[in-house]
Design a protein around this ligand. Sequence first.
Ligand SMILES: O=C(O)CCC(=O)C(=O)O
Ligand SMILES: [Fe+2]
Length: 319
Amino acid sequence: MATFDGPKLAALRAQFQRDGYLVLQGYFSSARIDGLLAEVARLLREHPLEIVVDSRLTGQRAWWADTPYRETERHKLNDLYLLSDMVRGCALDEPLAGLLAALLQEPAVLCNSLNLGKGSADEPHIDSLFMTPRTPGALAATWIALEDVHADSGPLTYFPGSHRIPLHHFSDGTRHAIRGEMPVWFDYIQRELKARGIEEQVFLAKKGDVFIWHSDLVHSGSPIRDMRCTRTSMVCHYFTESDTRAQGCDLVPLHGGYWMRRLAQPVTVPPEVFEAGRRFPEENYLARHADVKAAVAAGHWPSGYQHYKLHGFKEGRGI
Ligand SMILES: O=C(O)CCC(=O)C(=O)O
Ligand SMILES: [Fe+2]
């Protein structure tokens, strides 16, 4: 098992500050990764109505039970960490959690996980555009290779040192992406990368390698040249303890860090689905919509489900 003593941690931190990323070769053993893959398969079998999936083919978000084209593996399985001790145990593996704390300069809070069966083909971006930390820079990501990466599978790419490019501000004054303004961000970043002579690097990972990147490091899932190639991986994001406490998040301690206990991403499905015998997740719906919860408590609605059926679905409220 990898361990990081004081001098090693300091050296890794200096490297991360300079380059915006770290590679931990062979951090996880092959057996550990096999255990994680078996756990993912088990979760899909046992929790098809809890796992929220973004399909790369249809652009739709749905529960695994309702995900079309499952066999293509072109989807992101969101937040398996919410359901699994083993996933949390890998994302906050003890030495890794210590390293993340050294990089973030305070305990790391695991706040999402994504499991991919294929390359993401994500355009170059920085994660702080979409998961904008309260404190600039207070976000890190880990990327775990669950198999050896083939050059044609759409490997992860990154731009060393690009995290030092000053952050772009959108027209509302924030650092959070506005979809229609992304071409402006893209032009800005291309210009800055060119001016600094920063070139794209391809990460041809081996099973068990871990890549850690900074909140503002430019990276991408390169185009997939051979659609038959899988590229099984797990990505996790971490905010800091002080930022998440300031936002009132529910934090559960693990290995010197925390994982954020929260609801899964919201999904909308036609209410008829629940007439056919599927259980409506009443508690989640009420927890997500305080106004409905209050209306049910006051007797204005018999249940959250009745509200969803008559209004919530049409209003686009998530379950
Ligand atoms: O695995 C990849 O291709 C990149 C995923 C990514 O950029 C992310 O989850 O932030
Ligand atoms: Fe990303």
